[in-house]
Design a protein around this ligand. Structure first.
Ligand code: NAP
Length: 247
C-alpha cells in the first residue's frame, strides 16, 4: 500500500499493535507521528524503526484522555508534516475485575483512555480532514466490545462505545471524503495479553477456531488497509481480526 505524501497519527505507537501499525504505514511511505503514555524509550525505538524504513517520524508524550495534550500532539504533527490524513486510535488499557469488586476508578480510567481518548483525537483531526476533503480514521475496538467478557465490563463498555462512535462519525463525515472504521482484534500477543493468567489464556485459545493467537502485524495490516486509498468506499464498518473468534 502506498502512503507517500500522507501523514498518519497513531496513538499508543510505542508498543504492541500501535508499533506494528506505525511500521506498516512507514513501510508504505507515510510520515508517522505517534504518541505514547510514558514509555519514552519504546516510543523512540518505534521512531527509529520507522526512520530505518525511510519514513519521517516523531513521537510525542500525550495522554489521550487529556484534551490539551491531544491538541498539542496534533499541532506538533501538523507543524512538522503539514497536514494529517490518517488517524489510528490505538491507545488502550485494561483494568480487569468482576463487577462486584471493580472500583469506580478502574471503570473511569478505562473508559477515559479507550473511549474518551478516541473521541478527543477524532475531534482534533476532524476539521483539518474535512477541510482537505480527505481522511481515514481507524479505531481499535475489540472482540470484547462485540461479545462481552466476564471481568471486563469497563473494557467492553469502552470498546462497544468505540463501535457506536465509529458508525456515528462515519455518517457525519461520509460526504466529506473522510472514512471512519473500526478493527476488532481477538486475542493478540502483546504486553496487554501477556499479563493474563495462564488459565484465562488457555480458555481464550480454545475459543479461537484457527487455534492460534494473532500477531500485532495481523491487526496492523488491516488497519493499514482501512487507512489506504484502496479502502475509499468502506466506511462505518467493524472488521474483526480474530482467527474466527467472533463468528
Ligand atoms: P499494549 O501493548 O498494552 O500497548 C498500549 C499502548 O497504548 C502503548 O503504546 C501505551 O503507551 C499506549 N497508551 C496507554 N495508555 C495511553 C494513554 N492514556 N495515552 C496515550 N497512550 C497510551 O496494547 P496492545 O495490546 O498493543 O493494544 C492496542 C490496542 O488494541 C488497544 O486499544 C487494545 O484495547 C486493542 N486490543 C488489543 C487486543 C490484544 O489482544 N492485545 C485485543 C483487542 C483489542 P506506553 O508504551 O507509553 O505505555
Amino acid at each position: 500500500m502506498n502512503f507517500s505524501g500522507k501523514t498518519a497519527l497513531v496513538t499508543g505507537g510505542s508498543r504492541g499493535i500501535g508499533r506494528a501499525v506505525c511500521l506498516e504505514l512507514a513501510k508504505g511511505g507515510a510520515n508517522v507521528a505517534l504518541c505514547y503514555a510514558g514509555n519514552a524509550s519504546a516510543a523512540q525505538e518505534t521512531v527509529s524503526a520507522c526512520q530505518a524504513l525511510g519514513a519521517k517520524a516523531l513521537a510525542v508524550r500525550c495522554n489521550v484522555a487529556k484534551s490539551q495534550e491531544v491538541s498539542a500532539f496534533v499541532e506538533t504533527a501538523i507543524s512538522a508534516f503539514g497536514s494529517v490524513h490518517i488517524l489510528v486510535n490505538n491507545a488502550g488499557i485494561t483494568r480487569d475485575g468482576l463487577l462486584m469488586t471493580m472500583k469506580e476508578d478502574a471503570f473511569d480510567a478505562v473508559v477515559e483512555t479507550n473511549l474518551k481518548g478516541a473521541f478527543l483525537c477524532m475531534k482534533a483531526v476532524a476539521r483539518p480532514m474535512m477541510r482537505q476533503r480527505y481522511g481515514r480514521i481507524v479505531n481499535l475496538s475489540s472482540v470484547v466490545g462485540l461479545r462481552g467478557n466476564a471481568g471486563q465490563v469497563n473494557y467492553a463498555a469502552s470498546k462497544a462505545g468505540v463501535i457506536g462512535m465509529t458508525k456515528s462519525l462515519a455518517k457525519e463525515l461520509a460526504s466529506r471524503g473522510v472514512t471512519v472504521n473500526a478493527v476488532a482484534p481477538g486475542f493478540i500477543e502483546t504486553d496487554m495479553t501477556a499479563a493474563m493468567p495462564d488459565a484465562a489464556k488457555a480458555a481464550t485459545l480454545a475459543s479461537i477456531p484457527m487455534g492460534r493467537l494473532g500477531a500485532a502485524e495481523d491487526v496492523a495490516r488491516t488497519a493499514a488497509f482501512l487507512s489506504s486509498e484502496e479502502a475509499a468506499y468502506i466506511t462505518g464498518q467493524v472488521l474483526a481480526v480474530d482467527g474466527g473468534m467472533s463468528m
